[in-house]
Design a protein around this ligand. Structure first.
Ligand code: SF4
Length: 121
């Protein structure tokens, strides 16, 4: 079994300042593609986390320096992601309990959901 080592990210996580200036896009579920049809473009196809070990986005704790380094590294990937706002809108609407989506931890999304008055579908 291999282990993943987390180090300080090269890009500092950015605060979500754009949430106050413009509304998040409407969350979109992934559409099913009929057999034989060409798949429609989907924001998930442009995710910066494609090809990255997804364990990075699911820290087992939020306490301690190692956990914080992992969270910061995941957030640094999200900070450079071209579809971060779509991902965050989806995560706020769908409500995955764990993991980092759209540059936010689950606790941050819970607070954000209250602040933006978003209900989980
Ligand atoms: S915002 Fe983060 S979790 Fe969401 S698609 Fe982009 S890189 Fe992946």
């Amino acid at each position: 079994m291999s282990t993943v080592e987390y180090s300080a990210p090269s890009v500092a996580p950015r605060p979500l300042t754009d949430l106050d200036s413009e509304p998040l896009p409407r969350p979109t579920p992934r559409r099913r593609t009929p057999i034989g049809a060409e798949p429609e473009p989907d924001w998930r196809d442009s995710a910066a986390c494609i090809g990255i070990d997804l364990n990075l986005f699911f820290p087992i704790s939020t306490i301690g320096a190692i956990a914080q380094a992992q969270i910061d590294e995941a957030k640094s990937v999200c900070a450079e992601c071209p579809v971060r706002r779509d991902c965050l809108a989806w995560a706020l609407a769908v409500g995955p309990e764990f993991g980092i989506f759209g540059g936010c931890t689950d606790d941050e999304r819970r607070r954000l959901r209250q602040r933006l008055n978003v209900e989980v579908n």
